[in-house]
Write a protein that binds this ligand. Sequence first.
Ligand SMILES: [Zn+2]
Length: 433
Amino acid sequence: MITTYRYRIYPNKKQRIQLAKTFGCTRFVWNYFLSWREQRYKEQKLSTTESECRKHLNNILKQQYPWLREVDKFALENALINLDNAYKRFFRHQGGKPHFKTKKAHRFSYTTYFTGNNIEIDFGILAAQSNKNRCWGKIKLPKLGWVKARIHRTFVGRIKTATVKMLPSGEYYVCLSVEHNESVYQNTNTVPANFVVALDLGIKDFYVDSNGTCVKAPKVLFKYERRLKKLQRNLSRKVVGSKSFAKARVRLAKLYQRISNIRKDFIEKQSSKVINENQVIICEDLRIKNMVQNNRLAKSILDVSWSQFISMLGYKAKRHNRVFVQLSPNFPSSQLCSKCGYKNEAVRDLSVRIWQCPNCGVLHNRDHNAAKNLLKHGLMQLGISADHMSKRVGLGRSEPNGNACGDWVSTAEKSKLIFSAANSVDEAGSPRL
Ligand SMILES: [Zn+2]
């Protein structure tokens, strides 16, 4: 199992120059070989492999441009691999044609590999089980030596690669991909098997779950909208390329980063909370709904970042051995009455927040009712009887009644269930009961 850990690093002046050189050289190698491959194809109809590029880089290019030897050689080789992968994706029609990289992007990165002891990490006082949640430490990187770093978590495992990044705000980060045992996460599963939850993701509230808990979204974009506009206006008044332009650009980039940090922090915490408290998590597959071109909602949809939240739920569920089910977007979760199953077309209108079932007369909160339907339907897809579950549905975490209904999903079956549920989303509406 490979996990990536991201740390912020604080390179000194000398290290910053070395980083700028490495970013520049990897970009040069990428651009050079992109045009080399294009030219060879145009003139001689030759397709070029990655090993041919590597030979050319080491035997000819490094003689021609000796400054290429000043930077980490693995970073240059990785640029060739990335270029080759970009071509492969292009030939498989999975992506566009690789294009030239510009130095005006303000977002740079390179990747290097672990060999010998070229990459190391010193966790500082966090290594000694300190009660602090972060501390200063350092990370050793090839050609840079030890770089000061902010350590917020430790890990046990073998470092495979390190990716150094510079963001538009001028901050540096290093992402270490670490190989470790799967048991690191899975020993923590102590949640009773009957703790199941369905989430109805919305715009007004971030989500409402089947227990009726409602979590508000942090409207970050709305909060900072005025400041963003001010900084954007400020930037537009500067002369492009001037010193004050560069300063204004960084100020704007920092605000954008703060917005994305707040958002990410929120969805990280929410997804961890849901995973830590439940064995089975059911939610709607929003991929199609997300694409709805609704200008009025577009800003709000972007602001709540559902897709990131769903992908986090997916990988955290796998990591912690939970069942994560995504239901087809065709399932009319908001229109059905969760008590009698009557389909009320009038609820299609998004402005209907509370409605009464014309059939059984129960009063429904739109989102809570939808979450209850998702739960029922998701359990059916997993092959678990809804009647059997009805005692638990609505009881939720506040009144845990233990393992009254037993462990109905064995650990071995779980991965199978995730797989089958993900593949049978199109068959929604035809429960296997
Ligand atoms: Zn009803």
